[in-house]
Design a protein around this ligand. Structure first.
Ligand code: ZN
Length: 471
């Protein structure tokens, strides 16, 4: 009997602990996922509100009105059709075709659920309440410029952030759609995922931009690795079946670690991955947000993925150079580059600057939050030095901006397909080393060919424009 009572007590305390843990999680989830739950189609309060409240305006960081509601209650977009299309994935449409767009994801503010007591009182007798205006951190002109210079025939994504404050300046995704005619896209565009914001949710093979992570892991785990030299003949047999190859295959000859990075040598970085092993490589990647779960208040960002298991040495070597089963999300890589610019500290991306209710009450929503210290000061300064050298004298030369020091890494990611006929994705990630213009960028041009020439060139132009127009 005594035994049973003891067991019962044991079971009861287990249940109580489980209950405490669950309630804790419940409140945490409400806090962290509040906006996410609020904007799901299951929230009937929101659907009702849409018919009884006039949604507030959506503005960019300079006060340009991107979306407003006319006297007949129709949502209108007082910007050029080019700007409207360039910004569609950010604005989002009233049918919630792109549920991550501001129109849906920030509807709690736009429909006035977060407005102040004076606003609510002043609108008490109004036939239709009016929601709050939401000013985004986005620079509409910068994003329209990106759309304008992006290669006509290619799809892809661009993310630009202020790496000190976390303000998201541009989130461009192509193929574009049109918020004004949200159902008006072709079958081909539907197949290409036109309604996905590729900057925040596109998962791409990263190619050589991943060498930043292999480099960081090597600096953390291999003593004196900076003094090593590597011998590259362009091809290296990892196993009997699997060769590691450089893109051009000619061979870089003898290289220091720094040269291997600036010239983007696959042989050196594949060998480093083999020496490090998958656990160490995964640990560094996961510390930077791979396989994680980003919970940001203003926007949904998918995490990049490092494989849960790596089959063999051949796959491990290719993973170290950004191939294999790795996938990466453009905004996430922009945050990684930004962290390196920001002395190793990754800040949370923020999309909302202010929310102004109908009574004129302004809530400043910009609140820089540190997300993660990614690298020690010592290792971060080596990453900075190597990335600056990549743009000064290596594969990233086309990303140079006159009058500024740019740091970066190019990537040319092979795209596996049964036909094998696709051109690789072109990547550039980097940042401007400047207190006045602390901007980080990630450019992905799908099937764009060489990262250095296509994506690096785009990044250089976009960063230059940002230094000129972003206030
Ligand atoms: Zn090489």
């Amino acid at each position: 009997m005594k035994e049973i009572r003891k067991n019962a007590r044991g079971i009861l305390s287990v249940i109580l602990i489980a209950f405490a843990v669950l309630s804790g999680y419940f409140f945490y989830a409400i806090y962290a996922y509040g906006t996410r739950w609020f904007t799901t189609p299951y929230n009937t309060r929101l659907s009702k509100a849409k018919s009884s409240v006039i949604a507030g305006d959506i503005l960019d960081r300079n006060g340009t009105v991107l979306a407003t509601t006319d006297s007949e209650g129709t949502r209108t977009y007082p910007i050029s059709s080019d700007a409207r299309k360039a910004l569609s994935h950010v604005i989002g449409d009233t049918k919630a075709n792109v549920p991550t767009g501001a129109e849906t994801f920030l509807s709690a503010d736009l429909l006035g659920f977060s407005s102040g007591i004076f606003d609510r009182a002043s609108q008490f007798f109004a036939e239709k309440r009016r929601g709050s205006d939401v000013q985004l951190t986005i620079d509409a002109d910068l994003q329209t410029y990106i759309a304008d210079i992006f290669p006509d025939e290619d799809n892809g994504a661009v993310a630009v952030i202020n790496y000190k404050t976390g303000e998201v300046l541009s989130l461009y995704s192509k193929p574009e759609y049109d918020v004004k005619y949200p159902d008006d896209y072709s079958e081909k565009e539907a197949e290409q995922g036109v309604l996905i914001n590729r900057a925040t949710q596109g998962r791409y093979a990263p190619g050589s931009v991943f060498k930043i992570i292999t480099l960081a892991c090597a600096l953390e785990n291999i003593p004196n690795v900076q003094e090593r030299t590597f011998d590259c003949e362009g091809v290296y047999a990892v196993t009997e079946e699997m060769d590691l190859k450089d893109t051009d295959g000619e061979g870089h000859g003898e290289l220091t670690l720094k040269e291997a990075f600036t010239k983007s040598c696959n042989i050196a970085f594949g060998q480093l991955a083999l020496e490090l092993g998958e656990d160490k490589l995964r640990a560094t990647a996961e510390r930077l947000g791979f396989n994680g779960n980003f919970l940001f208040s203003d926007l949904i960002v998918y995490e990049s993925l490092f494989p849960k298991s790596i089959g063999d040495e051949g796959e491990l070597a290719w993973t170290g150079v950004g191939q294999g089963k790795l996938t990466a999300v453009p905004l996430h890589f922009c945050m990684i580059a930004g962290a390196i610019g920001n002395d190793g500290m990754m800040v949370e991306p923020q999309l909302v600057m202010t929310v102004t209710d109908n009574a004129g009450g302004v809530k400043n929503k910009l609140n820089t939050k540190n997300y993660q210290q990614c690298f020690s000061a010592e290792i971060n300064s080596v990453l900075q030095e190597y990335m600056i050298a990549t743009v000064e004298e290596g594969t990233g030369k086309k990303a140079q901006v006159e009058g500024y020091t740019v740091a970066g890494k190019t990537g040319t990611a092979q795209v596996n397909s049964s036909g094998g006929a696709y051109d690789p994705h072109a990547w550039f990630v980097g940042y401007i080393d400047s207190d006045d213009c602390p901007y980080a960028i990630c450019v992905v041009v799908e099937n764009g060919g060489s990262g250095g020439s296509v994506a690096g060139k785009l990044a250089g132009k976009i960063l230059k424009k940002a230094t000129e127009i972003v206030k």
